[in-house]
Unconditional design. Structure first.
Length: 103
């Protein structure tokens, strides 16, 4: 599964740096409960809010990598890059996370 992100993608450390403090805010429990109900009502394969909205295994961000917070700690492919010249310079084994692996 690929997460399509119109803005930034969670990075390694996001859970502790951003998500954990947000869960301490007033109303966070009610928000989590509403989100879980919405997932269930939509027939999602999970009602685990953190699992659904947390750090993805694979993501496609619609922003340039230069605008991705902590880009060095995210496994993100940006839809707006790399340029063709940059792509040609990459090793053939360097594929986006959604590309099929050769078996």
């Amino acid at each position: 599964m690929i997460q399509l992100s119109p803005a930034f993608v969670a990075w390694k450390g996001y859970e502790h740096e951003v998500a954990a403090p947000l869960r301490q805010l007033p109303g966070a429990d009610a928000y989590q409960a509403r989100f879980a109900r919405w997932l269930a009502d939509c027939g999602a394969v999970t009602t685990d809010v953190d699992g659904f909205s947390g750090l993805p295994n694979c993501a496609l961000a619609l922003i340039p990598r230069a605008m991705q917070p902590h880009a060095d700690r995210s496994s993100t492919a940006s839809a707006s890059e790399p340029s063709v010249a940059e792509r040609r310079a990459q090793p053939a084994s360097s594929k986006p996370c959604w590309a099929e692996s050769e078996a």
